[in-house]
Design a binder for this molecule. Structure first.
Ligand code: GLN
Length: 483
């Protein structure tokens, strides 16, 4: 039962082959048995899951249908869930129970999903390895000595290990696509504004976007359908109709123009990953796509710009955690300054403190123009590069990451080495574009992802290309040994 995709579950439930209650019990037992090795969950919500499963079965018995009705999922632990701990992977929010549901959580619940729990993540979504969580590192099911990627590493490890078919995640600089690549999943970061950020604890508000992590493009289409849409509670949510993502999955790729940026293949890219990217290009050519070389000349400036902008926004967003209103408060504060200092010093981990320091520095008087303003100018240049490229091609293809998943602890002493691993993913966030990572092969037994980028609101196109690729390849069907 645990091998089924969301699409297969929907068919099985519709054909009365099993009930949501049976499926939910099976998966909860599997999580209890296997998750101790992975550490992919922060909280399990068994009671909620069983009551949602029963309610979904009752709705189906009453003749209701729907691809998500009775489908078990989990939420990254930065989506607020009413009455349930929402920790954001931080000691700061270890005991915080959200007073309301995030829009994404509410929409998916209304569609009939069953919430099995809240998944582990890098603290405040800062990281590319899922090692900065207050609840400990998450392990990669493909090799337990390796990281699963971050910051949505818990969602990724759980789905890859077949503990559940799909999960929500968020992507500020790659945190859906990079863990998807590291664990052999399909992950989609939507256009900025496509999915509501209301109730999604903020890291860097102009970059954050929620999206689906699943095994197939077809399943990403199903989950995105339940997440996307205008939300008056989010002032950057965009009031555009949501297309039916499943209807375009089978469009032909004949004549599709795919751009491959020459800058993607420089030093730093593992040559074995470069070969797998070339193989995926050949596969798409067989399906009728036309390949063009393109250029993204400002790509080299994206990492420095991102690692100014994201910490700057984080330093502002995280100022609300002051020991007074939310979360952790130090013992016996001597005065107000002591309360602030010790609550934040004890409640935040090292990486979060580093980002707050960098961001505060970049925004301070005298340095604002030199760092923050300069980074914003680079952001515009990165966006302009994409706009020029999309005049010539329909999608852009390349590696999702320069290397496969590294060993746990390998980059702990060098944060910049970890930042550099985001080189292919962060440009989409700077520009607000949608991006998808899909499984494209293995290096030393570890999965490798290929990334597709498209113009604004062309999520359907990304899902279409990935689905056609998956109909003709079987990388996405490979299962990690032991799971
Ligand atoms: N690795 C990037 C960072 O640490 C991106 C994280 C994310 O997308 N949430 O900022």
């Amino acid at each position: 039962m645990h091998h089924m995709t969301l699409a297969e579950i929907a068919r099985g439930l519709a054909d009365k082959k099993f009930s949501s209650e049976e499926l939910t019990k099976t998966l909860l037992a599997r999580i209890a048995q296997l998750d101790p090795q992975l550490n992919s969950f922060i909280s399990l919500t068994e009671e909620l899951a069983m009551s949602q499963a029963k309610a979904a079965d009752a709705r189906r018995a009453n003749g209701e249908t729907g691809a998500l009705l009775g489908a078990p999922i989990a939420h990254k632990d930065l989506f607020c869930t009413q009455g349930i701990r929402t920790s954001c992977g931080s000691k700061m929010l270890d005991t915080f129970k959200a007073p309301y549901d995030a829009t994404v959580v509410a929409k998916l619940a209304a569609a009939g999903t069953v919430t099995l729990g809240k998944t582990n993540m890098d603290e405040f979504a800062m990281g590319s390895a899922n090692e900065s969580s207050h609840y400990g590192a998450v392990k990669n099911p493909w090799n337990l000595a390796h990281v699963p990627g971050g910051s949505s590493g818990g969602s990724a490890a759980a789905v890859a290990a077949r503990l559940l078919p799909a999960a929500t995640a968020t992507d500020t600089g790659g945190s859906i696509r990079q863990p998807a690549a590291f664990t052999n999943l399909t992950g989609l970061k939507p256009t900025y504004g496509r999915v509501s950020r209301w109730g999604m604890i903020a890291y860097a508000s102009s970059l954050d976007q929620g999206g689906p992590l699943a095994r197939t493009a077809e399943d990403c289409a199903i989950l995105l359908q339940g997440m996307a849409g205008f939300d008056p509670n989010d002032s950057t949510s965009i009031d555009e109709p949501v297309p039916d993502y499943s209807t375009s999955l089978n469009d032909s790729l004949q004549g599709l123009r795919i751009g491959v940026p020459k800058e993607y293949f420089g030093a730093g890219l593992d040559p074995r990953i470069a070969d797998l990217v070339q193989n995926s290009i050949k596969e798409l050519e067989k399906l009728g796509a036309i390949i063009k070389q393109i250029s993204l000349p400002n790509m080299q400036h994206a990492i420095p710009a991102y690692y100014v902008i994201a910490p700057a926004e984080a330093s502002s967003n995280l100022s609300r955690f002051d020991g007074v209103r939310f979360g952790y408060r130090c013992e016996n504060p001597q005065n107000l300054v002591d309360l602030y200092k010790r609550s934040r010093g004890e409640g935040f981990g090292a990486e979060v403190q580093r980002r707050i320091m960098v961001g505060t520095y970049a925004l301070s008087a005298g340095y604002y123009d030199a760092y923050y303003l300069k980074a914003q100018k680079i952001r515009r240049l990165v966006k302009n590069d994409f706009m020029a490229a999309f005049n010539e091609v329909d999608i852009i293809l390349g590696p999702t990451t320069p290397n496969p998943a590294w060993k746990l602890g390998a980059k702990n002493s060098d944060p910049i080495a970890e930042y550099l691993e985001d080189v292919y993913t962060i440009t989409a966030n700077l520009a607000g574009l949608p991006g998808l990572s899909m499984p494209a092969g293995f290096v030393d037994g570890l999965p490798v992802g290929v990334q597709l980028l498209a113009p604004y609101f062309q999520e359907g196109r990304l899902l279409n290309v990935a689905h056609q690729y998956q109909l003709n390849t079987d990388w996405h069907t490979r299962t990690p040994t032991g799971f």
